[in-house]
Write a protein that binds this ligand. Structure first.
Ligand code: FES
Ligand SMILES: [Fe+2]
Length: 360
């Protein structure tokens, strides 16, 4: 279907567009839950691309299954962990006690008549799962398109790691959330005095390139002093910063920020990893790190409060964007501007190639 009018853009995507979006996103690793929220001995339910999933530690292994019992489709995450001889810790459905081993195979049916075998079809799908950066990551496809994304320096030991934050879901699609972080020209309008100044509206010069599964962007830009280093609340003090951005296609973004007027080697890192729970619901995990001020607490109240303000300012704009899913460039629905929007153009072109832009 070709969208022709502005009002049509506001419509809910077609079922076909949503399914195509989900199918394209299944091939990537997505963060779904902070590790510390998975309580030992208890299953947790999460949602990814509208799939209900249950995460649980069984016999020391992290396991993820579809959160739907094969018997009468009750939610396994409401169940409990139970020991089965020969299979160790297993997950038991809360409804009739069918119990599933780590590989998703049902290994106990309490109602089974003597002499009857557990049917081999009594199994639930399991998926790839890993833990890194304090997050649990999942890939729904047996053959992930890319590796689990790297977030540079977060585990090299020389950085003071800030708290892992989880922002409540934005009513928006995941690529739009990443694009809001990648967009470096909206600051003066959305974040005046924080990461932008309307007397400096021109975009920075970008160097943009692909490196493996990453889109890299280098810029030098002018920012109020307090944007990257939360030591000054003086909005009038402007400084130049160099920023190297690493976008893990399609769902992580990492900024390495340093002042250009000093050679003190101070780097501030800010990163986001987003979870596409649904086509219009995106959870953001967010963190920061610095390689200086190791004697100060990792949780800097002013810095965290500033980030909360920035996220909230972005949220209302991103939630307003239509169409909900990114349109392919050929539709000419958007009018990206060169060279100002170059990082966004390159990101979106890559998503085009991967079939993630499915608004029409
Ligand atoms: S629905 Fe799960 S055991 Fe019956
Ligand atoms: Fe923003």
């Amino acid at each position: 279907m070709k969208l022709t009018t502005q009002s049509q853009l506001a419509r809910t995507p077609t079922a076909e567009a949503i399914e195509t979006y989900y199918a394209s996103m299944r091939r990537f690793w997505h963060p779904v839950l902070p590790s510390e929220q998975l309580v030992d001995g208890k299953p947790s339910s999460v949602e990814l691309l509208e799939e209900p999933l249950v995460i649980v530690r069984l016999n020391g292994d992290l396991v993820i299954m579809e959160d739907i019992c094969r018997h009468f489709q009750a939610q396994l995450s409401l169940g409990e962990i139970r020991e089965i001889p020969g299979s160790g810790e297993c997950l038991m459905c809360p409804y009739h006690g069918w119990t599933y081993a780590e590989d998703g195979q049902c290994v106990d049916i309490p109602q089974l008549s003597a002499g009857r075998e557990i049917p081999s079809s009594a199994r639930v799908p399991t998926f790839h799962i890993q833990e890194r950066y304090g997050l649990i990551w999942v890939c729904l496809d047996p053959n992930p398109a890319f590796h689990l994304p790297d977030l540079p320096h977060l585990d090299d030991g020389t950085y003071q790691i800030g708290p892992l934050r989880t922002y409540a879901p934005w009513i928006a699609s995941a690529p739009r959330v990443i694009m809001a972080a990648l967009d470096d020209t909206h600051g003066p309008w959305v974040h005046p005095g924080l990461v932008g100044n309307r007397s400096h509206p021109l975009p920075p010069e970008h160097r943009v390139w692909r490196e493996g599964q990453y889109l890299k962007v280098e810029i030098i830009m002018t920012q109020p002093n307090n944007a990257t280093i939360a030591e000054s609340n003086d909005d009038s003090a402007v400084r130049e910063v160099a920023i190297t951005t690493t976008v893990g296609i399609p769902n992580t973004i990492h900024f390495d920020i340093r002042a250009t007027d000093s050679s003190d080697g101070r780097h501030t890192l800010i990163w986001q990893a987003v979870c596409p729970q649904r086509w219009n619901s995106t959870l953001t995990f967010w963190g920061s790190a610095r390689n200086y001020d190791h004697d100060k607490p990792a949780y800097d109240v002013d810095f965290e409060a500033l980030q909360d303000t920035l996220r909230e300012q972005d949220r209302r704009i991103v939630e307003s964007q239509r169409p909900w899913l990114l349109p392919p460039f050929w539709t000419k629905i958007e009018l990206p501007l060169r060279p100002a929007d170059l990082p966004l153009i390159e990101y979106q072109s890559w998503l085009d190639e991967l079939g993630i832009t499915t608004a029409v």
